[in-house]
Design a binder for this molecule. Sequence first.
Ligand code: XLS
Ligand code: NI
Ligand code: NI
Length: 437
Amino acid sequence: MTYFESVNKIQFEGAASKNPFAFKHYNPEEVVGGKTMEEQLRFSIAYWHTFTADGSDPFGAGTMQRPWNKYSEMDLAKARVEASFELYEKLGAPFFAFHDRDIAPEGSTLKETNENLDVIISMIQDYMKTSNVKLLWNTANMFTNPRFVHGAATSSNADVFAYAAAQVKKGLETAKLLGSENYVFWGGREGYDTLLNTDLKLELDNLARFLQMAVDYAKEIGYDGQFLIEPKPKEPTTHQYDTDAATTLSFLRQYGLDSHFKLNLEANHATLAGHTFEHELRTARINGMLGSVDANQGDPLLGWDTDEFPTDLYSTTLAMYEILQNGGLGRGGLNFDAKVRRASFEADDLFLSHIAGMDAFAVGLKTAQRLIEDKVFENAIADRYSSYASGIGLDIVEGRADFRSLEKYALENSKIQNRSGRQEALKAVLNQYLIGN
Ligand code: XLS
Ligand code: NI
Ligand code: NI
């Protein structure tokens, strides 16, 4: 059965192509920075936005015209799996990612829910046998069902903690079965709205207990994928516990969990936190915690997670610069946690949107590689900090200075001379590299 009949396999046609159903920049086999673009970019399709979401918003019903809309319940779940592999293959996307509740409907009990899941998981397993597509990550949806009204691992209700544990246990078994490269924890409703009813210390302790149990269980069953935490500052709760990269890192270190986790950083979550995407990537990178990326972009005029497809070349370039400097993403990838706008409701839009995102990151990759080869920022930065390469600066960084020696130096050093930071000039150079692509 074919779901996207009018779409053929998407080919690379080059920058001059006018064919909307072709890549202009993403050429999977082209080598950039010693690896193929496919290996560097490790694109992944988000099941929830592409196959499960219907386009509904708080003001209106779903709009998405999908070839599987005629089905319901388990038939719908099966049709989505069939359609998903057709889309992965036609786009040439090497990975996909899902929440447990994206792929199969909940039953009336946890047991029934797990049985539904088993049917779909074994169907996915069969597809994976005859396809090169791999699972980048799976995760547990512990935010949609009303039982998670007060959170999951941070719920005030211990029965909910237990339910969430059962769900992640199943998720880890699924990850092992499908050979998932990573397992993600996004703290859906792990946060709070008001301290008036919140035991902040207990909730954070419980979150750490929960994550430790997950680490222990993965070890017990021999699942060796990378664990990832996905920071987000707000939405749905006012104060999400994993606010940003630095907060999450500090939490993991506080509870001795940092060696078991890396971060999955999402562009739109970075901007919601008041950071740039590259700030979050850099913070993770310099701490050895850059694990994977949710590739999307926010709307600077809107204050929520709009999850748009990434098309901003400035942002994809600076993101790829961090990823290349990190030596790549290892087991991670660029997962399009992105949805077509509610008004882009035709099935073809699923291809056009991913092509736009894949091309934007391909341009970002090529531009970042040239910037790195020419040491554009490295030279400027080395020059800006050159005072630490000799003299008193070298004494400071090599631990030979103290307050006494520094006071003596300052007293004798009558004239401090600063130099321009030249940020406008650097931005102009960045533009030159972007246009030259
Ligand atoms: C929501 C998150 C979510 C995670 C997976 O804002 O981005 O989609 O990526 O649970
Ligand atoms: Ni995400
Ligand atoms: Ni998000």
